[in-house]
Design a protein around this ligand. Structure first.
Ligand SMILES: Nc1nc2c(ncn2[C@@H]2O[C@H](COP(=O)(O)OP(=O)(O)O)[C@@H](O)[C@H]2O)c(=O)[nH]1
Ligand SMILES: [Mg+2]
Length: 401
């Protein structure tokens, strides 16, 4: 009997010990890798920064201020001219620009034809009553055509439908096509001016709110120019982040264009000035200047842009100031456009991301707002997805053939 009890006790103790071990090892596995707080070993004095603490105040908080630079003397900060890497892999051969919008038209049609189809369907109704005209108006407003142009278009359509009695689908399509073209304007010069007319390079400055596609557009435009046999120097005057200059330089290297850049936080006007100087020195055809566009320092940013422009103009007048607008931002984009137009004389508009919105009517609204033509459209993130804006191709994409 005693032996039996002893055996049971031993067995129980053994089981307990084993399960304790198991639990113990499980517990150990679940422990976080760092030492528990009760551990007395402190290897770092508490005053030292801990993992996760900022080593320095975040860069974004220390904003650059606008300062005067001495001009045209030596720039305060060293400006680096990045040569394209010698012996680098073969350069890209950008696609020719002629007929680009034709290639990209399918993309344009995909994003925009709901507007054209919607209008045609409404116009084809048996009974063109007040409600239908109101629906037509709403359709145009929804596509960001803008209030005044919408009213003009509806007026013109009403009048012509009444006078001509046009009711066939083909007749209506022709009518709508003509009226849309009249609104967009077919007799405007939409060529990007990249020739100075004198011996020095043409100078193009690219402005716009952060994220609208300035750097991408500058890079794509460099490709367009190189494809047309011109030599290009890029100026990375967005100095808020080093990455912005890297981004531009990458575009440049692909087509063999030099990038003039400075240190992060450097003076954008100095870099712009030096980019033009470099363009003149090497006899380049065109200098493209990418700028910063952070609106939360609105006054400072605008002062800065004005300064970049003034400083570049010490070399000679700017030939083109392109405002880049993101088509997906709609009416917000128009507000931004107005702000930029107050500071620099915008000479052309680039509407990007038209592939990502059905609101192509912004083409009409922004031209009306600024009195400046849309010259280029961005239709994708691909390197050759920038096209000259052609009203006919645009309207055809809208309403189909
Ligand atoms: N879908 C589309 N994306 C675009 C277009 N243009 C630019 N982007 C994208 O917009 C983003 C911001 O572009 P970026 O050039 O860096 O803007 P920035 O801050 O004005 O210089 C990038 O992801 C681009 O690829 C376009 O036409 N279509
Ligand atoms: Mg940029």
């Amino acid at each position: 009997m005693d032996i039996l009890i002893l055996a049971v006790v031993i067995a129980l103790v053994a089981v307990g010990a084993i399960s304790g071990l198991v639990v113990g090892s499980r517990k150990k596995k679940q422990l976080p890798p760092s030492a528990p707080s009760s551990t007395p070993t402190i290897t770092v004095p508490p005053a030292e920064p801990q993992v996760g603490d900022d080593a320095a105040p975040p860069k974004d908080e220390a904003r650059r201020t606008i300062e005067e630079v001495e001009l045209p003397g030596t720039p305060e900060a060293p400006v680096v001219v990045e040569e394209p890497v010698v012996g680098a892999p073969a350069l890209d051969v950008p696609e020719p620009t002629a007929g680009r919008l034709v290639r990209l038209r399918a993309r344009l049609a995909r994003s925009q034809n709901s507007l054209g189809k919607g209008l045609l369907t409404l116009l084809s109704r048996d009974n063109l009553d007040e409600d239908t005209w109101e629906e037509i108006e709403d359709t145009l407003l929804t596509a960001d055509v803008g209030v005044a142009p919408t009213q003009e278009l509806v007026e013109a359509l009403r009048e012509r439908v009444r006078v001509l009695g046009t009711r066939t689908p083909d007749g209506l399509r022709t009518l709508l096509r003509e009226e849309l073209l009249a609104l967009i304007g077919t007799d405007v010069d939409r060529a990007v001016k990249t020739e100075s007319g004198v011996d020095t390079p043409g100078v193009v400055m690219v402005v716009g709110v952060n994220g609208t596609g300035k750097t991408t557009t500058t890079g794509k435009l460099a490709r367009v120019l190189v494809a047309d046999g011109r030599s290009v120097v890029l100026g990375a005057a967005d100095t808020f982040r080093a990455a912005a200059a890297d981004q531009l330089q990458t575009w440049g290297e692909r087509v063999g264009a030099r990038t003039v850049r400075g240190p992060e936080g450097g003076d954008p006007a100095s870099i712009a000035f030096d980019a033009v100087k470099e363009g003149i020195a090497e006899g380049a055809d065109v200098v493209l200047i990418d700028t910063a566009g952070r609106l939360h320092t609105k006054t400072g940013l605008m002062d800065e842009l004005g300064k970049v422009k003034r400083v570049v103009e010490k070399h000679g007048p700017l030939d083109e100031v392109l405002l880049v607008l993101d088509a997906t931002t709609g009416q917000n984009g128009l507000v931004q456009a107005r702000v930029f137009a107050e500071v620099v004389d915008i000479t052309g508009i680039v509407l990007t991301k038209l592939d990502g919105t059905a609101k192509g009517g912004i083409v009409i609204a922004v031209q009306r707002e600024l009195g400046v033509p849309v010259k280029l459209v961005g239709l994708g993130e691909g390197a050759d997805d920038l096209a000259p804006f052609e009203p006919e191709a645009f309207v055809d994409a809208l309403i189909g053939d």
